[in-house]
Structure formats: structure tokens, C-alpha cells
Design a protein around this ligand. Structure first.
Ligand SMILES: [Zn+2]
Length: 283
């Protein structure tokens, strides 16, 4: 299984994080049953929930470095709604006991961002073209992950996330680092006029995010989130943009490296992007 990580974050020994790719799982529904198992991490209608559960276990254990068969870190996900809603995972709210997910592993809370300083919990965002953004406070050991499609980015989800880290934990801007994960690139992302109008109205630099190519309006969602992070106070040198397009990146064997909602016309699995704080789990 290949897990994508932010350049330079291996220096933070207390941090566990990873962006999933397509290979290394047990799902077959999105490959026509022909290829080696795929790592669908979303509870999609088409896939077998038992396979998704197995995939989730494999992926989270790979990220945390735990041994198969052990319970592992609880995963907290959200019912994502393309909003600017950020939820704080606190000790005592049931995250460590797995109560922020149903027995079937589905999300209980609604929102598009999660932050925490509680060790031993993985925060996860699901995507299949939208941008997963992570922000970490390397001074206070706080982590956050955010779901930034065009609507969430327009609403300012990562700016709200940084605001929440400052308000909840007293995070200082000079301690923040961020990663913009694999997601649809400007190479493959043509959008309608309403997207351009929204960003031009909402952001001073909005017009710079678009380019006319062959009669299409291409939108750079990576740059939109990078600019938003810089405006929120994250130093440009501390923002890692992975820069791989989910719609067109291929793996070494020439297969699709990611699931892509757009490239696969809606029939696609989901990636997970997870981040957490290493530490002893209080019981
Ligand atoms: Zn592309």
C-alpha cells in the first residue's frame, strides 16, 4: 500500500498522517474485478461494507504503525456537506471509545473540518477529487484536517480551521504547517461561471485562480487553498502542496493512482486523509 505524506513532516515524531492512494486493498467493484484489490475507504453504495471495513483497518494501521489484529486508533470522520463547519474532538466526547462513529463505522457528526489535541485518535476526511488539507501546530501538538471542494474553499473552510485552532488551543501562526493533498488539478478541472464569479467576489486574488484553456475555464483549487492558508497566517515555506491530480495521475504500472469522481463519472471509490497525535491512550 502506498501512502502519500507531506514533504518534511517525517521530522515530527509525534505526528501520524497519510493520504491514501488507490492500490493495496480488497475492493474489486471499481476495477471490474480484473485487477488486484483496491483501497476504497468510503461506504459507497456499490462496494461491500466488509471490504471497506477491511480497507479502513489496513490503511489506519499502516499510518499509525500498529500491528494487524489489534484494535488500533479510533477513526473520526464526518458527514461532509461542503460547508465551513469545523468540529473540535475533545477528551470525554466519546472519540476514544469510538462513539463518534456508528457501529457500522459511519460518521455521527456533520461538518467539513476536524481538529484535536487528543492523542491516539485519527481524524479523517473522505475525498475523490476535492482537496484534503491538513494543518498541524508543531508547538502545541494540535492537528486538523479539512474537506475543501470548491464550495468549501469558497466558504473558507481552511481559514475557519486555522481560526478554530487559534481559538481552541491558542495556536500561534509561526508554529503552523499545512499540507494540500492529492486532489483534482487545474489540468483536469474545468468549472462553470458561477465558480469564477464566486471567487472573484469573495477573494481579492480570485481572478488569478482561473485560466481559459481551449474554451474551458480551468480552476486551480490547490492554489486557492494555498492562498487561503497564507492569508490565515501559515508561512508559505511551511505549506506542502503534494501536487498530484486525482483525475490523471498514474501509478508505476500505468493504472489510475487515485479514485476520481470526475474522471470516472461518479462511479468511484473514496480516499481517506488522516492525521493524529501519537501518544499514550488514556483508558
Ligand atoms: Zn489532471
Amino acid at each position: 500500500m502506498e501512502v502519500v505524506q507531506a514533504l518534511g513532516w517525517d521530522r515530527y515524531g509525534w505526528l501520524r498522517h497519510g493520504f491514501s492512494t488507490r492500490g493495496g486493498g480488497v475492493s474489486t467493484v471499481y476495477s471490474g474485478g480484473e485487477e488486484a484489490g483496491e483501497l476504497n475507504l468510503g461506504w459507497t453504495n456499490e462496494d461491500d461494507p466488509a471490504r471497506v471495513a477491511e480497507n479502513r483497518g489496513r490503511f489506519t494501521r499502516t499510518v499509525t504503525g500498529e500491528i494487524a489484529g489489534k484494535a488500533g486508533w479510533p477513526l473520526v470522520t464526518l458527514r461532509q456537506v461542503h460547508s465551513d463547519g469545523v468540529r473540535v474532538v475533545r477528551r470525554g466526547d466519546g472519540a476514544l471509545e469510538g462513539r463518534l462513529q456508528t457501529d457500522e463505522g459511519k460518521a455521527v457528526w456533520e461538518g467539513d473540518g476536524l481538529i484535536t489535541n487528543v492523542p491516539g485518535v485519527l481524524l479523517g476526511i473522505q475525498t475523490a477529487d476535492c482537496v484534503p488539507v491538513m494543518v498541524v501546530d508543531v508547538g502545541k501538538k494540535v492537528v486538523g484536517v479539512f474537506h475543501a471542494g470548491w464550495r468549501g474553499t469558497l466558504a473558507g473552510i481552511v481559514a475557519r480551521g486555522v481560526d478554530a485552532m487559534k481559538a481552541e488551543y491558542g495556536s500561534r501562526e509561526e508554529d503552523l504547517a499545512a499540507a494540500v493533498g492529492p486532489s483534482i488539478g487545474a489540468c483536469c478541472y474545468s468549472v462553470g461561471e458561477e465558480v469564477r464569479r464566486g471567487f472573484e467576489a469573495g477573494y481579492g486574488y480570485g481572478g488569478e485562480l482561473f485560466e481559459e484553456v481551449g474554451g474551458e475555464t480551468r480552476f486551480d483549487l490547490w492554489e486557492a487553498n494555498r492562498r487561503q492558508l497564507v492569508d490565515a497566517g501559515v508561512s508559505a515555506e511551511r505549506i506542502a502542496v503534494v501536487g498530484e491530480c486525482t483525475a490523471c495521475a498514474l501509478d508505476a504500472a500505468g493504472r489510475r493512482r487515485y479514485f476520481s469522481h470526475r474522471a470516472e463519472k461518479g462511479f468511484a471509490g473514496r480516499m481517506l486523509s488522516v492525521v493524529g497525535v501519537m501518544g499514550s491512550q488514556p483508558k
